[in-house]
Design a protein around this ligand. Sequence first.
Ligand code: GDP
Ligand code: MN
Length: 376
Amino acid sequence: MKLYEFQAKQVFASKGIPVPRGEVAATAQEARAAAERLGRCVVKAQVHIGGRGKAGGIKVANTPTEARDYAQAMLGKPLRGLTVKQVLVEEALDIDREYYLAATIDRTSKRVVLMASAMGGMDVEEVAANHPDAIIKHPIDPAYGPMDFEIRAVMTRAGFDAKASRAIGTIAKQVYHVMLDSDASLVEINPLVVTGAGTVVAADAKFEVDDNALFRQQALAAFREDSEEDPIEAEAHRRGATYVHLDGDIGIIGNGAGLVMTTLDLVTRAGGRPANFLDIGGGAQADSVREAIEIVLMDPNVKGILFNIFGGITRGDEVAKGILAGTESIKIKVPIVVRMAGTNAEEGRELLEGTNLVPAAGPIEAAEKIIELAKR
Ligand code: GDP
Ligand code: MN
């Protein structure tokens, strides 16, 4: 799960990482009022993508009226395809230097790796591509956490201004601890600004939390609803479903993440385009199957549904009952192909006989069938 910049900055502030004074606004009037309190400010579109500066989503406003006008121009409009629902109005900074500071998980070393560069700011992607040496990477030993000498070495290698190093070193440690405390997979500050007065502030924030840790990250989970862009995903998650919205037209429902991923591949290989990923999990009961159909059909692009069920814990007859219950209680106008194997698959298939659900012997046949039926 990605946090919005303003949410990430709330987390930063709560952990002692300095951030600019700022307020979130959902209307142009609110932005104006915020600017009256803040003085010269920047208006920042809140969307889950970087490069907002280059796309026109970051504007410096000299007066409250200007702030209102910039907010007006951003709110409700798309920025690189994502609708801007809120802006963050922040005190403008007197920027002397722009650095890059981040922590992420490195799967090879199985450690949190700290990253630092003196070439921060809007072109860091270009720096990463053309001057990879300018980004210093340092894995942290989880037994000790970041040691002062290591952090000093990283900052020296990165070429950070010596006068700002004490403040940045503290922030680097905080970033590491925020990472662990929040079960984050990425914490990125770009730019980390050194002001004309020599203070250091996190002017931007990117923050990604491991979805699987949200059960123990109540405070972060509360951000979830607000941070979701896709209304169908938001509704699916409210209902507790493991659902990812895709842009095709074949709805996919299966049990087990691996099986569902494979089904997406099979449909794609057969020339179709999956509309979603939906894993009903192990031991799925009739109710959750019906719910799954409802969720998949919230997407108006869906022209057919493919069920791929392997019975282990999940019993074929249970799933069949769920599919029947689902087809009874909601009007389904699209074809449904069902492939079932494993525990009680035979019983499941028998239950589906005489209905308008199309059985398939194997997963490949199932993929081909649903693509064919969806075309009609
Ligand atoms: P991004 O383009 O989505 O990464 O958004 P950032 O928050 O990083 O802002 C982009 C750029 O705006 C920064 O790299 C700064 O160079 C520039 N900028 C100019 N004035 C300010 C300011 O007062 N605050 C912030 N945050 N950025 C500013
Ligand atoms: Mn940035």
